[in-house]
Each structure stands twice: as structure tokens, then as C-alpha cells.
Design a protein around this ligand. Sequence first.
Ligand code: MLT
Length: 312
Amino acid sequence: CLAFGNAGAQGTYPNHPISLVVPFAAGGPTDVVARSLGASMAKTLGQSIVIENRTGAGGTLASQHVARAAPDGYTFLIHHNGMATAPALYRKLSYNPLTDFAYVGQVADVPMTLLGRKDLPADGMANFIKYAKENGNKINLANAGLGAVSQLCGMLLQESLGVQFTTVPYAGTAPAMTALLGGQVDVLCDQTTQTIPQIKAERVKLYGVTTLDRIKTLPDAPTLKEGGLKDFEVKVWHGVYAPKGTPPEAIDKFNAALRAALKDPVFTQKMAELGAEIVPEAKQTPEGLQTWLKSEVDKWGGVIRKAGVYAD
Ligand code: MLT
């Protein structure tokens, strides 16, 4: 019989709702993936998964919270590339992504899109590049803080254009998108899991996608590479984590529910509509996530140190 973290409780794990921590605002791209995933996994686990949005400091407050949570099988974290970029971006990080967690598996990969507010006076990538160079820091670029993929994409964009925009951070790209729609900011680089509905409704200007190849859900959208940004590529990946010391039986059960969700048509169809791609089976395992995380920490560490972007 498996029962964790609930002294005196009878029954098998899980015997009460599980918390899945999301490091960004409700309604945003990470939240969209987490809520659909949680709903599907709950069917396998026989317990609900409660989404807990813990925002701040580009996702690092949520990671810190989970690193320090009771390792009882009832607290998990879903996070993206930010798990790997944080050690280079934050000089005083209170946790180590490579040693302070138990690893469950990866979920889906998501392209990003470069968007402008609807009335930005630049149509198409060539005009956007010209406009960006002429206006520089008069342009407001929204992001979700240091450690957000919107920040990572914006950093690569500015480097690639050789311009410096004025950065406006939000608690997630849900409020950043609201600001873009309201014309309070000019530019946002954000994941298709949030941007596709806005693009299809023509509420924003789409300049391109951040993958090396065009994507099925937006076949007419050029890649930023086609638009003239050499080698430009950002792909968002998602991992599920638990506090280090979480019982292996709980990790196994949570991982089995994760893998079942990645085959559940309700989840996979929703992801496909939003441009996300379920990861291959080798990445759906604890080892698959851990190996990938290590390679990403190494990759982005180098890029970020070269760009010289960090918080003290
Ligand atoms: C979000 O869920 O708000 C985004 O993933 C934030 C980001 O990393 O850009």
C-alpha cells in the first residue's frame, strides 16, 4: 500500500489532490499546457490536480518553492527552458536545477511567434527590422521577467538586430498579451499555446515563427530565419519536476499518468491545435528530462554569459 505525506491517511497514493505549480500567470501559455495536462492526468490518477500559479522573478520563485516543498508526492512543478537558463541569469539562485529536484519527464515542445501590436507601423519582417533599427529604445518589448522564454527570445532578437529595446516585465505573458492588445507595449515574443487564437483573430501583427522550419498550424508564417535573422531558433520545452526525495513510487505513478496523458486524444488534439508537439517517448522519462536539462543548462549558460544579461 502506498500512502505518502498524509500521516494516518489510509489508502493508496494518491489519496488527496495533487498540486501542480505553474511559475507564470493564469491563462498564459504554461498555464494552458498545465491545465490540459492536469485534467488528463487526473483521469489516470483518480485524484484531481490543482493548478497553483506562483509568479515572480521569471519563474524562479515557483522553482524555489517546489525545491523546498515536502517531498511527499503531492507537489510538482511544470516549467520550461527557464529551469535551464536561471543559473546563468541569476547570480544568487537559491536552488540548483540539476541537484535539488526529482525528475518526472518532458511534455511538449512549443514554437514561439514574434508579434507586434496591431497598429505598429511596420508590415512584414523587412519593415519590422527597419522600424526596430530606426526606433531602438522607443520600442517597448514585453516579457515575463528574467528566466521567461519571452525574455530569452527578446534577448536573442535584440542581439540579432543589434538594437536595444525598452523591456517591460510582467508576471507572465497573459498580462503581457493584454498589454499588447491594449497598445501599451509594441512587441512580444510568445508561445503559440497562447498566441494562435490572437493571430487567427487578427488582433496582433505576426512577423514570424522562431523555429527553423515553418509550422503546420501557421503555414503562411515565415520563420524569423527566412525573415533575415541568421540561425534564429527558440523552441520551448516543458519538464515536470518534484522536490528531491519524493518517493520513487510516487514519481513512477505520476510519470505513468503523464505518459498516458501524452497519448490521450483530448490532450494531444488540443496541443496540436495550439502548435505544440508531444515529445518522443525517450523524453517522457525521468532520465530523458534529466539528460536534456543538463544539455540545456550548458547550452544557454554559454549564450547568456556571452550576452552579459543577469540579475545580481
Ligand atoms: C507564461 O506562461 O506566461 C510564459 O511561459 C512566460 C514566458 O516564459 O514567456
